[in-house]
Ligand binder design. Structure first.
Ligand SMILES: *Cc1c(COP(=O)(O)O)cnc(C)c1O
Length: 367
C-alpha cells in the first residue's frame, strides 16, 4: 500500500520559501566563489547572533564539529568523556575518533543525560561532559553546569537536534565551552546537503576551528597542525541563512503539531513524551514509548500508510563499532529498555492537520 503519511517529508518546507531559496542558490552560482566565502561568513555571524554567542564557525557536518571540539579541548587517549547511553552514534564517535573513552550514563525520563547519575561516573581521567539535547529537548543544564564547575570539567553540547531549544530561557549551545551543530537536511535547521557548525565564546577556540577545518592552515600553504578538510560551502550557507530567518516560525509549527499529539493521543500502550520543567523542546522528533509489542504497532501503522522510525534501535555500547569497549547487554538497562520501546511518529514542517488527525485516529483505535 502506498504511504499516505511518510515519517518525514522535506519538500513542503522547501516549497514554503521556494523563491527565497532559489534566489539564494542562484546568487551563489553566479558569484564565482563556492567554498568558504562571504555567504559562509554572513551565515556564521547570523547564527552566532541568533544563539547569542560570540563565534560560530561553519564546518562540513555535525560529526566533524564534534571531532574538532574534542581535538580543540585536547581531549584524547587516556581521557574519559561522560555521555548519555542513548546518544546518537555520532556523539560517541566524536569522542572516540580522538582516542578518548566514552563513559556512559543512563538517561532521565526525558531521554536526556540524567544529571543525578553523573557524579558517580567521574574519575581522575574524566575531562568533559558531552551533553546531547536529544529529540529537540534542552537538557537540565543548571545541574549539569554545576557538576562540571565543581569537578573542573569541560562541557561540550551536541545541539544537532536542538536548534533554538532553551533551558531556563537560555539557548542550548550557549552553556558549554563548545557546542556542535549539524545542518543535515532533516535537522530542524537543515541545509540541502551536509553542513555543521561549532560555536563558542572563546576566541582562541574559534580561531582554532577555522584553522582545523582548512587542513590546519591559518596562512595559505603553511600548516600548523594535521587538520581536516571540513569546510561549509557557499550554497549551503546561503540556503541556511534563508532558513534561519524562518526558524522560529518553523519551530512554532512543530510545537503546534507536538501539542496536537500530546492533547489527542489516548492509548494505554502509547506513553507520550514529557518536557522537563524549565526546558523547552523544538520537537526535532516526537518519540513515544510503546508498552506493548512495538513491532506490532509499527506494522499496524504501516498498513495504513503511516511511517515511523526508531531512534535508535541499538545503543552505541552494544553496536559492533564499539565491541572493543567490551560492554554487554544489561550494562545500561534503562538505555536498552528505551532502545527496545521508543518509536518516533511523523512530525515535519508542512504536515497537514488532516494527515495528523489520521495518525491520531489510527493510534487511538489501536488495540
Ligand atoms: C545528526 C546528528 C549528529 C551528526 O551530524 P551529521 O551532520 O550527520 O554528521 C550528531 N549528533 C546528533 C545528536 C545528531 O542528531
Amino acid at each position: 500500500m502506498k504511504t499516505k503519511i511518510p515519517f518525514g517529508d522535506l519538500l513542503p518546507q522547501f516549497k514554503s520559501y521556494q523563491q527565497e531559496y532559489e534566489d539564494a542558490a542562484l546568487r551563489v552560482l553566479r558569484s564565482g566563489w563556492y567554498v568558504l566565502g562571504q555567504s559562509v561568513a554572513d551565515f556564521e555571524e547570523q547564527f552566532a547572533n541568533y544563539l547569542g554567542v560570540k563565534y560560530a564557525v561553519g564546518v562540513a557536518n555535525g560529526l566533524d564539529a564534534l571531532t574538532m571540539a574534542f581535538r580543540t579541548l585536547q581531549i584524547g587517549v587516556g581521557d574519559e568523556v561522560i555521555v548519555q547511553g542513548n546518544a546518537y552514534i555520532a556523539c560517541v564517535m566524536g569522542v572516540t575518533i580522538n582516542g578518548a573513552t566514552p563513559v556512559f550514563v543512563e538517561p532521565d525520563e526525558y531521554h536526556n543525560l540524567n544529571p543525578d547519575l553523573i557524579e558517580a561516573k567521574i574519575t581522575k581521567k574524566t575531562k568533559a561532559i558531552l551533553v546531547v539535547h536529544l529529540y529537540g529537548q534542552a537538557s537540565r543544564m543548571d545541574q549539569i553546569m554545576a557538576i562540571a564547575k565543581k569537578h573542573d570539567l569541560k562541557v561540550v553540547e551536541d545541539c544537532a537536534q536542538s536548534h533554538g531549544a532553551k533551558f531556563n530561557g537560555q539557548m542550548t549551545g550557549t552553556f558549554g565551552d563548545i557546542s556542535c551543530f549539524s545542518f543535515y537536511p532533516s535537522k530542524n535547521l537543515g541545509a540541502f546537503g551536509d553542513g555543521g557548525a561549532l560555536v563558542t565564546n572563546n576566541q582562541t577556540h574559534a580561531e582554532h576551528f577555522k584553522m582545523l577545518r582548512n587542513y590546519g592552515s591559518r596562512v595559505r600553504y603553511y600548516f600548523e597542525e594535521v587538520g581536516f578538510n571540513s569546510r561549509l560551502d557557499e550554497i549551503q550557507a546561503a540556503l541556511l541563512s534563508v532558513k534561519l530567518k524562518h526558524l522560529d516560525e518553523l519551530t512554532a509549527e512543530r510545537e503546534t503539531l507536538a501539542n496536537n499529539y500530546l492533547s489527542s493521543i489516548i492509548n494505554k500502550q502509547v506513553i507520550l513524551p514529557a518536557v522537563a520543567p524549565r526546558a523547552s523542546s523544538v520537537w526535532h522528533l516526537f518519540v513515544v514509548y510503546v508498552t506493548g509489542d512495538r513491532q506490532k504497532l509499527i506494522d499496524y501503522l504501516n498498513q495504513y500508510g503511516i511511517g515511523t522510525v526508531i531512534h535508535y534501535p541499538q545503543p552505541p555500547h552494544l553496536s559492533q563499532a564499539y565491541q572493543y569497549l567490551a560492554m554487554h547487554k544489561g550494562d545500561l538497562p534503562l538505555t536498552e529498555d528505551y532502545a527496545d520501546h521508543v518509536l518516533s511518529l511523523p512530525i515535519y514542517n508542512g504536515m497537514s492537520k488532516s494527515q495528523q488527525d489520521f495518525v491520531i485516529k489510527k493510534l487511538n483505535e489501536y488495540k
